[in-house]
Design a protein around this ligand. Sequence first.
Ligand SMILES: Nc1ncnc2c1ncn2[C@@H]1O[C@H](COP(=O)(O)OP(=O)(O)OP(=O)(O)O)[C@@H](O)[C@H]1O
Length: 612
Amino acid sequence: MTAPPSVTSPGTGPAAPPGAGAPEDRGRSWPGQRALLGHLRPQRRRMAAGVLLGLVGSVMGLAQPLAAKRVVDDMGRGAPAAGPVLVLSLLVVAGAVLAGLGYYVLQYSAESIVCTARRRLTDRLLRLRVPVVESSEPGDLIARVTSDTTLLRQTAPQAVSAAVTGTLVTAATVVMMGLLDAVLLTVTLAVVAFVGVVVALVAPRIGRATRHTQEAVGCIGAALERALGAFRTVKASGAEQREAEALCRAAERARRTGVRAAAWEAVSATTSAVVVQVCFLVVLGVGGARVTSGATDVSTLVAFLLYLFALAPRIGQLVEGVGQVQVGSAAADRIAQVEQLETEKPGTEMPTREESQTAEQEDEGVRSPLSVSFDQVSFAYRPGLPRVHHGVSFTVPAGGLTAFVGPSGAGKTTVFSLIERFYEQDSGRVLLDGEDVRQWPLARLRASIGYVEQDVPVLAGTLRDNLTLGTSDPDPGELARVLRLARLDVLADRLPDGLDTDVGHRGSRLSGGERQRVAIARALLRRPGLLLLDEVTSQLDAANEAALRDTVTDTARHTTVLVVAHRLSTVTTADRIVVMEAGRVRAVGTHAELLAHDDLYRDLASTQLLGP
Ligand SMILES: Nc1ncnc2c1ncn2[C@@H]1O[C@H](COP(=O)(O)OP(=O)(O)OP(=O)(O)O)[C@@H](O)[C@H]1O
């Protein structure tokens, strides 16, 4: 087993040091730029059209000084200038319209780039392996989908447009200026070259600062997720200030690095502006001297200065474009890190919606019960961590109720995680229905299992959304039956909007016991061949617990039911009990057999497991 790759090091939590989580100089290297190109490629035609429109608009702008020269010459000669003035006006209007159209097309492609990136990222995130997500910060992952992709929109097409249009128009302008006066052009280029040097020095710093800002934004997301995810605990612990401080630290880091990026952008923008001003003055001085000496005439100097006017924003645009490419590359690099995270194994990928539905429909009615067996399974959650299972072996025949008991940390929940293939064992085999779970297509495997985890997660949304999470379009009769079984029918009748009542973030508007019953109903609705229940009665009152015990016993008649149990009621009625201790199976038997022969079970029975 390899260590799960993670986009965040432990240091990128709320209290992380600045810039933690990625090699220091990534933003400066080529992967970011290559990743950025990867995002742009699918939109290349539309972007080319946008750039072309902008270019034609700019070329029209380029012809404007010539038309202006003609107007000046004609007026100087006393000739009528109406024609050239009309041409000049047309050039101005058409140029502006085409440039506007080009901008719209580029923005359109920007939105498409962002949408594609977000769809790809969210799709990828939901297909990540469980260990990968568990070793990442959800808030940071969310920031990559929301904040980093937004940077792509802000930078990508404009940067490309600026680079292409700026380069071409600059080249064309330079040619025109050269044709007008080679000496003045040489003077201009000598001054402007200074901008190039400054940009080359500053651009990588902009990229680096942007990446640090985005990392800090990720930390804000992580800190927020942490605090809002356990909001009541934070309040009950009086930890608002402490959590707020972590958020403030991340926000301060984002401000600092954002200001740093802005400072470098300002340096390059100011330099280019100053250089252009200096250029004007130098050209005006040298050009004036040349006019006086008769080397050139006034109209040529006017036209040259107009080209210089046209060139100034292009230089600014190019400088800005280089900075934007750095910003976009930093964002693309962070997005690429998520795209490199490991997803569920190829060939056994996560089910698509259609596959899930097919898997669901494969068995009409109730699925046949499935046998489960562990054969010398050893497992550690990560290399370097102590093993949680040491040669675990047991066999559960199809059907019936099997309880797993043992001290806390014995490895009971891990048994369920391995059956569900959230993790894979390091050695040994996990067999479902006699077949290694690694051979099962993941869609079928998960469709065959109903799983209620220990923390009973209920998702935001309505009660109905939660119940039908794993079952598309259940039969209303079946839904009513399951609601009755899980003792949720009374609750559904009582709620203002029945099944369509919003249950709040993580089901916060439900009681703990109601959340457990929702999770059980959800699992039952799938009509699984194997039902895994992890301490599902812990929050139920005596009446509901007794009712659910009957439901579980009933379900076990046609489904294999495995429960991790801490209550006497579930354990005594089980067909068999697997006693685990420190990652090993210690004994298997019925309640009476284990009471007679297993010391640990007897201890558990008389103390924390079974109570008085
Ligand atoms: N995702 C994880 N990453 C690393 N270690 C884990 C993870 N989940 C569980 N462990 C560790 O594995 C061991 C077994 O955990 P497991 O949840 O299987 O125990 P359990 O018998 O179900 O305990 P309990 O009765 O308290 O729920 C524990 O020591 C726990 O700290």
